[in-house]
Ligand binder design. Structure first.
Ligand SMILES: C[S@@+](CC[C@H](N)C(=O)[O-])C[C@H]1O[C@@H](n2cnc3c(N)ncnc32)[C@H](O)[C@@H]1O
Length: 181
């Protein structure tokens, strides 16, 4: 799959200048989208073959195992102006992902939700979000929700998805609202 998700493409222009993380990047479709917009992108995955496809101008690849014993979260707090995660869920990372966002950062998340088992894989509930789960996560992390969807989609193939775009407290549009001058 190489075309960017329409959800990610819709919100990518909101990201403030600065570094972007594409977490569990696979072949790097979103790493390329953000690099083309002038961001320095870190594209992380555990799969070297995926990373070989994800590399390119403006993209630094990072091979990293995010789960299991010995897994290390390789980023500090407030590093990224945007983090994008698609088609990947490991719940223990949600708080770390949010902490890695700068206060003006943007989180764009899209992955499968309960009900997807009717359409195919993934069907293991461990990999499927419960209703409203990403919203609750954003609230816990102190992020402001810009947009959220939770339901069935027809394209690129029938699936049950949750999609979130949320930002930190210093996100430019929030500042503009508070201080229009
Ligand atoms: C379904 S693919 C999604 C790829 C990409 N985000 C996209 O939507 O095009 C899931 C990716 O997560 C990576 N992944 C799965 N488990 C991982 C782990 N424990 N640590 C790092 N990467 C992982 C896989 O290697 C795979 O590239």
């Amino acid at each position: 799959m190489s075309a960017a998700s329409p959800w990610v493409a819709r919100f990518a222009p909101l990201a403030a200048p600065g570094p972007v993380l594409d977490l569990a990047c696979g072949g790097g479709r979103h790493a390329r989208l953000f690099a083309a917009r002038g961001h320095a992108v870190t594209a992380l995955d555990r799969d070297p073959a995926a990373l070989a496809s994800a590399g390119g101008p403006g993209i630094t690849t990072l091979q990293c195992e995010l789960e299991g014993e010995g897994a290390v979260w390789p980023f500090g707090p407030a590093e990224f102006s945007a983090v994008v995660v698609t088609n990947y869920l490991h719940r223990p990372l949600l708080a770390r992902i949010a902490a890695s966002l700068r206060p003006d950062g943007l989180l764009i998340y899209e992955t499968f939700a309960l009900g997807n088992e009717r359409f195919g894989k993934p069907s293991n509930p461990a990999f499927l979000l419960a209703p409203g789960e990403l919203l609750a996560h954003a609230a816990r992390a102190g992020l402001r929700v810009i947009a959220f969807e939770d339901g069935a989609v027809a394209r690129p193939k029938p699936a049950m998805l949750q999609r979130l775009c949320a930002c930190g407290p210093d996100f430019p549009s929030q500042k503009a609202l508070l201080d229009p001058a």
